[in-house]
Design a protein around this ligand. Sequence first.
Ligand code: NAD
Length: 330
Amino acid sequence: MKLIMFGTREDEKEAALNWAEKNNVEVTFNPDPLTLESVHLLEGYDGLSTSQTAPFEDEIYERIAAQGIKQVAQRSAGFDMFDLEKATAHNLIISNVPSYSPNAIAEYAVTAAMNIIRNTEKIQNKVKQHDFTWNKSIISKEMRSMTVAIIGTGRIGTIAGQIFNGFGAEVIGYDLYPNEKAEAFLAYTDSLEEAIEKADLISIHMPLTKGNTYMFDKSLFAKMKDGVFIVNTARGKILNTKDLLDALNSGKVAAAALDTYENEAPYFPKDFSDKTVEDEVLLELIQREDVLVSQHIAFYTETAVMNLVEGGLDSAKQVIETGNCDNRVN
Ligand code: NAD
């Protein structure tokens, strides 16, 4: 069996080579995403794995199928970069890796929350200027004095809630489908608004759907406590970034940590150190002391990368051998 891995990063290769040896499969690495320009490279392969961040081009499904390939095994939990109907129409099985390490994202969400609560960036900027004073601009709240709202109490939100609870915070949660196990350390509210109104810190952990695009907008910010903290490690488009900037400017939101950004696809995870970032909103977020921007990196731990690589390659192999796979999403 011969598989090709698109969008391969250096840090994925060791896990892929170990998997290839164990499974007696030949795996070829390609560093670039799969596009119409590179689809001809599929010739001679039985299957593929991708790590797409930008949407697939419309005509690509037909071109993949024309190469005799039956599947696309994405190495992430998110699969919003694929048009599932188009894939099905061309008999392509799309798979994801739904749970590769929820702890990785949950731990990052809590880390980011601690950083914005403790004013880490402001403190570091002062220290770098040799201003070693203590003053009100860098005094912190303590987590144990805060009410933390977890929005979306699935795999990641539940673990984040448990960790916040370990810090002594009062944890509340809102989910369309409450999870009984989470009730051991969080109290569910009946509505999103109720959770938002009570929270000192809001951590977002729901998937992006048509129903929650820009759910965090001007009208929802208006219902929050003054000086609330917001952490978004879910998807950028759940939050209207311009409305967030207004809420930061008015003091409604004290600080925000954004691991995802609504227009991140051209930038994350690419090196722009010798290129120009044109996105004015992203530039403003980055230069602010009250916003912690990261490049969609919450998942990025050694354990998660190994599980993603193995999960993607397992699915590709499973489709080739059986005609279906456990992690099929279409
Ligand atoms: P999950 O499916 O286990 O949990 C999501 C929860 O959100 C579910 O309980 C669901 O009922 C709830 N939900 C859905 N729509 C909702 C709504 N409108 N209001 C309230 N609750 C709603 O998913 P998960 O594994 O916990 O992942 C959550 C999200 O985290 C993913 O969808 C993805 O967007 C994001 N994520 C980010 C990274 C990163 O590196 N930043 C990595 C992986 C996942």
